[in-house]
Design a protein around this ligand. Structure first.
Ligand code: NAP
Length: 267
C-alpha cells in the first residue's frame, strides 16, 4: 500500500526536488503540503513541478488532523521544522526531517516524545548517501588520525553554521577519538575566528558562497601524510535517494534516529 505523505516547505529548493521524487514514486502518495503563504490553494497552482491538485494548508495541526498522513516530511527552517515535528509526533505521525539546525536539546526532546509515543522519526543532517559514507569513513579514520579539521562549504542562503553535516561528523569522530587540543599550544588569532569553531579540539570552518550547494572536506593530518575525505553535492537531487530511504524506513521505526547510517545496510 502506498505511503501517504504530507510535506512542509513545498516552494523551497529541497521541497521542489522532494515533490518530484515523491510524485514519481508509485509507493508514495503526496496528499497535502504545509506552506505558510498559500492556504487553501492547490499545489499545481504554486509549484510547476506538480500537475496534481494537492491541498495546501498553512496550519500544520489542521493539516495533520484532516489528512492523517503516514509520514510527515519537513524541509523548512529549524524553528518551524521543530514545531512541525513535535506536533506530528504528538499526533503519532511519523516524521522524516531534513531541516538542519536543530539544537541538541531539541533533538533530545523529540527523541523522548518519539519514544513515549512509539512513533518513528528520522532526523537526517544529510540525505546524500555519499555524505553519510564520508561521515562513517571519518569516524574510522579518526581512530588512527586524531588531528582533524573540517571545511564545509554551502550556498550563501544557508542560515545556520556550522552545517548539520559538520556537527554530525564531529559527533561521529568523537566516538572514536579522545578530546585533543590541536595546533600549537600557544597559537592565537590576529583576526577573530581565523581558526574556525572548535568542538573538543576539532576545528570547523564554514564557507558560504553563491555557486556552492553542499560540500565538505574532512582533513586528517599526521607525520608526513594527509588523508582527505571529501564529498560534494552539486544539485539537490543528490539528497533524494536518502529521503526516499528515510520515508521507507521510518515506517518500521518506533523511536527517533539521528542520521541515515542507522537505517543503511553497511555490512
Ligand atoms: P529554501 O529553498 O530556503 O526553502 C525553505 C522553505 O522553508 C521555503 O519553502 C520557505 O518558505 C520555508 N520557510 C521559511 N521560513 C518559514 C516559516 N517561518 N514558516 C514556514 N515556512 C518557512 O531552503 P532549502 O535549500 O530547500 O532547504 C530547506 C531545509 O533543508 C534547510 O533547513 C536546509 O538546511 C535543509 N537541507 C537539508 C539537507 C539534508 O540532506 N538533510 C540538504 C539540503 C538542505 P518561504 O518562502 O515562505 O520563506
Amino acid at each position: 500500500m502506498a505511503i501517504n505523505i504530507v510535506l512542509a516547505g513545498p516552494r523551497g529548493k529541497m521541497g521542489t526536488e522532494a515533490i518530484k521524487m515523491i510524485t514519481n514514486d508509485e509507493n508514495f502518495n503526496l496528499i497535502a503540503c504545509i506552506d505558510r503563504k498559500n492556504n487553501g490553494k492547490s499545489l499545481d497552482e504554486i509549484n510547476h513541478v506538480c500537475e496534481n491538485s494537492i491541498p495546501i494548508y498553512d496550519n500544520a495541526k489542521t493539516c495533520f488532523e484532516e489528512m492523517e498522513p503516514d509520514v510527515f516530511v519537513d524541509l523548512t527552517i529549524p524553528k518551524i521544522g521543530f514545531e512541525h515535528t513535535k506536533l506530528a509526533l504528538q499526533l503519532n505521525i511519523r516524521a522524516v526531517v531534513g531541516t538542519s539546525g536543530f539544537t541538541e536539546a531539541q533533538i533530545d526532546e523529540l527523541s523522548l516524545l518519539a519514544e513515549q509515543n512509539k512513533t518513528g522519526c528520522i532526523i537526517a543532517p544529510n540525505f546524500a548517501l555519499g555524505a553519510v559514507l564520508m561521515m562513517l569513513f571519518s569516524k574510522m579514520a579518526a581512530k588512527y588520525f586524531p588531528d582533524v579539521e573540517i571545511i564545509e562549504k554551502h550556498h550563501n542562503n544557508k542560515v545556520d553554521a556550522p552545517s548539520g553535516t559538520a556537527l554530525k561528523t564531529i559527533e561521529m569522530i568523537k566516538q572514536s577519538r579522545d578530546p585533543k587540543k590541536q595546533g600549537h599550544p600557544e597559537e592565537y588569532e590576529i583576526v577573530e575566528g581565523s581558526r574556525g569553531g572548535e568542538i573538543e579540539g576539532i576545528r570547523v570552518h564554514s564557507m558560504r558562497l553563491p555557486g556552492l550547494v553542499a560540500h565538505q572536506e574532512v582533513v586528517f593530518g599526521s607525520k608526513s601524510q594527509l588523508l582527505t575525505i571529501k564529498h560534494d553535492s552539486f544539485h539537490r537531487e543528490s539528497f533524494m535517494d536518502g529521503l526516499k530511504l528515510g520515508i521507507n524506513e521510518v515506517i518500521k521505526l518506533q523511536k527517533l534516529i539521528y542520521g541515515l547510517e542507522h537505517v543503511m545496510d553497511l555490512d
